[in-house]
Design a protein. Structure first.
Length: 222
């Protein structure tokens, strides 16, 4: 059973999420502040954390950094802060996804399924990934039907396909693919994402799998 830690200072949200998650056979722990969240995570390691940013004692980004000091557990931020700067700060701190309040339970459940699907043992070979009509073998660096990618296109595609459903920030992609000195070269990303869409999307002007989150980053949607 997947254990989810829900952190929010709104008792109605805690109650609603506890009921909905338990109805879907998740094991649920709750906390109403940052200190309680860190204590609960240490006592019973969760498989996933749903975290509000506006907590009474600690900012949610501090809780993310505290968790990231010892665990790589997936973290979905659930917050009323809709500004792009807040989203980017949370993602850069180590969050895996960001859902803005008010939210639909079905959307949150879909995000939970997406981030839990991508968690697998680090020594397990990556399974082939379907992108539209193509099957991408990350281990063998092959695409069926045959489609040729440059080394940089492969690196960028790998970052996205290894994290299905996860929003990856522009800064993170630039750092991991091009290097730390390219942290602001967002034009590189736009050009290479356009190339990948031309090669892999059925309609590059209306991508279904290689998605742009304006002002934040990119997401692979299976």
């Amino acid at each position: 059973m997947t254990r989810i830690l829900v952190v929010d200072d709104d008792p109605q949200i805690l109650r609603a999420l506890r009921i909905n998650l338990r109805a879907r056979e998740y094991d649920v722990d709750v906390a109403s502040d940052g200190a309680g969240a860190l204590k609960a995570a240490a006592a019973h390691a969760p498989d996933l954390v749903v975290l509000d940013l506006g907590l009474p004692d600690l900012d949610g980004t501090e809780v993310i950094r505290g968790l990231r000091g010892w665990t790589s557990v997936p973290i979905i931020v659930l917050s009323g802060r809709a500004e792009g700067t807040d989203k980017v700060a949370a993602l850069d701190a180590g969050a895996d996804d960001y859902v803005t309040k008010p939210f639909g339970v079905d959307e949150l459940l879909a995000r939970i399924r997406a981030v839990t699907r991508r968690v697998q043992p680090s020594d397990a070979p990556p399974a082939p990934v379907t992108v539209g009509r193509y099957t991408v073998d990350l281990a063998g660096h092959t695409i069926t039907p045959e489609q040729r990618l440059t080394p940089t296109e492969w690196q960028l595609l790998e970052q996205l396909l290894r994290n299905p459903g996860k929003l990856i920030t522009q800064r993170s992609l630039l750092h991991d693919v091009w290097g730390p000195q390219y942290g602001t070269e967002t034009n590189y990303l736009r050009q290479y994402m356009a190339r990948l869409r031309r090669k892999l999307e059925d309609d590059p002007t209306r991508p279904r799998h290689l998605i742009t989150e304006p002002g934040m980053g990119y997401r692979f949607q299976p």
